[in-house]
Design a protein. Structure first.
Length: 102
């Protein structure tokens, strides 16, 4: 049995999460979400991008298949299609300044 860290969590370690958390706090990104944080959404979308999943059903099915590994990937919230849809609708990036949308 492999006892090392997941490849996804090793990739995420290279991202500037301190800057990400500062932006979330500055624009109050977690205001209306109780259990699915901006970081959870970001990690789910990054995972979908890296694994070439395009629909919310694909993302949910893939993440739920390894539900025991979500915590080790950094995802703390419950991943469901409706939760992802709500988060993507509320946090579409339209309210962010153009400099942060890149």
């Amino acid at each position: 049995m492999h006892t090392g860290r997941l490849v996804f969590s090793q990739i995420i370690d290279h991202l500037p999460l301190h800057t990400f958390r500062r932006c979330v706090a500055r624009y109050d990104g977690n205001r209306y979400m109780k259990s699915f944080s901006c970081l959870d959404q970001y990690l789910c979308m990054a995972f979908a991008q890296l694994t070439y999943h395009e629909s919310l059903c694909d993302i949910e099915a893939c993440l739920r298949a390894r539900k025991d590994k979500l915590y080790h990937m950094g995802i703390r919230g419950n991943v469901s299609r409706s939760t992802l849809a709500d988060a993507n609708e509320r946090r579409d990036g339209a309210s962010m300044p153009i400099s942060l949308r890149r």
